[in-house]
Design a protein around this ligand. Structure first.
Ligand SMILES: Cc1cc2nc3c(=O)[nH]c(=O)nc-3n(C[C@H](O)[C@H](O)[C@H](O)COP(=O)(O)OP(=O)(O)OC[C@H]3O[C@@H](n4cnc5c(N)ncnc54)[C@H](O)[C@@H]3O)c2cc1C
Length: 463
């Protein structure tokens, strides 16, 4: 008899959700986590603390910049208490990680504290003790990809974890990497008063997103004061006297140049956590990118060993990990888990927010679709106009023959909320006409999605 029906390794959004679902389904479940608190990257040093700082810094910028004066709201003086901002962030993180601990107790999931390493196909060692299980789910997540020549010291040169805890606002922050995390954390420090330069190797920011979105987003960020240097690579960094000097050159090669910074954020991506797991003891294979490949039921090449979340291929997103956690636990329990990897929304929580689901126009064409595109600017949406937040647009990409929606791309203050409707529509196989004929409450930002869907047939009303 094994000690457990299931051991889950890692208590991030993938692992803790899998463990809770397995326990709900009656399996005797343990979850191994080496951090002091549950919740993984997402709750401790990812989604939650970054959103806490994005929210607080947005409030500060609104109050500080005078942008509320047009609404008749005048401030005599506004000052920043960064320590309090960090304290409120820590409080939110503490409440949420504590909440997972409560859920573990409620569902009788046992937390095995420590680092897990395989000792066989059905066994792991944690803190010097050996545990066996009929099934094991690997949910070890990911960590920051290092950039050769730019060593993170978490003081001047930081990764995302360090950038969530800077003790003072840097005068000049250089963000290496114009992806989601760099732009979100760059936004935080820009709003709090830093000059922010984003250095991106590719010719545009936000790799992987729809071409129109990438262009418009760059325009908006520049308008907000970001300096964006695309097609540029950082080749080295030195730190002296609390300042960094970065060596940069054109991505295609050419003259080098120096950039001085008070802080540097390295955010060039994340890589799967498999080191120290002793995967070889169980015979679990990784691909060329270090990820654990899985089948439709989340089993690895070793039957009975499953993998989910950031350690597997696909977008590194908390909700992808969570949904895979539920599906994998259901497979482990002998049920059929369901997740549609074609409909996983992604959100950049800047202001405006940027959100997408499904295929970009470029991807749809590359897959051989004849596409029809409908676009509607937030400038023509009555609620956005009233709220004075008219940056952005909604773009619906539909198949020209069937009208089925292939992708939706939104830049708008509420894009992260609006995208849920698009994801649900796509999950139900909606056509653009289905969205266009769905009654949307007025006045809402969501009406822009309806109008963009109407624009697929060339017939929006308010444009
Ligand atoms: C700054 C930042 C902001 C982000 N914002 C968002 C966002 O807004 N929305 C979103 O969807 N995603 C966001 N992400 C990504 C998101 O955090 C990840 O996609 C998500 O956490 C992945 O979940 P996971 O369960 O696969 O792994 P993780 O959350 O990384 O959890 C894995 C856990 O496993 C533990 N572990 C690893 N190896 C072992 C071992 N051998 N033994 C025991 N424990 C082990 C780790 O300590 C960790 O706690 C953000 C990430 C960062 C860094």
């Amino acid at each position: 008899m094994a000690d457990y029906d299931l051991i889950v390794i890692g208590a991030g959004p993938g692992g803790y959700v899998a463990a809770i679902r397995a326990a709900q389904l009656g399996l005797k479940t343990a979850c191994v986590e080496s951090r002091e608190t549950l919740g993984g990257t997402c709750l401790n040093v990812g989604c939650i603390p970054s959103k806490a700082l994005l929210h607080a810094s947005e409030l500060y910028e609104e109050a500080h910049s005078g942008m509320l004066a047009k609404f008749g709201i005048d401030f005599k003086s506004v000052s920043l208490n960064l320590d309090q901002m960090h304290a409120e962030k820590a409080k939110a993180v503490g409440e949420l990680t504590g909440g997972i601990e409560f859920l573990f107790k409620k569902n009788k999931v046992e937390w095995l504290k420590g680092h897990a390493a395989f000792t066989g196909t059905n066994s792991v060692e944690v803190a010097g003790k050996s545990y066996t299980a009929d099934k094991i789910i690997i949910a070890t997540g990911s960590s920051v990809t290092p950039l050769p020549g730019v060593e993170v010291d978490q003081k001047v040169i930081v990764d995302s974890t360090g950038a969530l805890a800077l003790p003072k606002v840097p005068k000049h922050l250089v963000v290496i990497g114009g992806g989601v995390i760099g732009l979100e954390l760059g936004s935080v420090w820009r709003r709090l008063g830093a000059e922010v330069t984003v250095v991106e190797y590719l010719d545009q920011i936000l790799p992987g997103m729809d071409g129109d979105v990438r262009k418009e987003a760059a325009k908006i960020f520049k308008k907000q004061g970001f300096e964006i240097r695309t097609s540029t690579k950082v080749t080295g960094a030195t730190v002296k006297g609390g300042k960094a000097t970065l060596t940069v050159e054109p991505a295609a090669g050419g003259d080098t140049e120096m950039i001085e910074a008070d802080a540097v954020l390295v955010s060039i991506g994340r890589r799967p956590n498999t080191e120290g797991l002793a995967l070889d003891k169980a015979g679990v294979a990784v691909n060329g990118r270090g990820q654990i490949e899985v089948g439709h039921d989340f089993q690895t090449n070793v039957p009975g060993i499953y993998a989910i979340g950031d350690v597997t291929p696909g977008p590194m997103l908390a909700h992808k990990a969570e949904d895979e956690g539920i599906a994998a636990a259901e497979f482990v329990a002998g049920l059929t888990g369901i997740i549609n990897h074609d409909v996983i929304p992604g959100v950049v929580y800047t202001m405006p927010e940027i959100a997408d689901v499904g295929l970009s126009e470029e991807e749809a064409k590359a897959k051989g679709h004849d596409v029809k595109v409908g676009k509607f600017p937030m400038m023509a949406n009555s609620r956005a106009k009233t709220n004075r937040d008219t940056d952005g647009f909604v773009k619906v990409v539909a198949d020209a023959k069937t009208d089925r929606v292939l992708g939706v791309h939104i830049i708008a203050s509420l894009a992260g909320t609006m995208i849920a409707q698009a994801a649900q529509a796509m999950e139900f196989g909606a056509t653009s006409e289905d969205i266009a004929y769905t009654c949307h409450a007025h006045p809402t930002h969501a009406e822009a999605l309806k109008e963009a869907a109407m624009a697929v047939q060339g017939k929006p009303i308010h444009m």
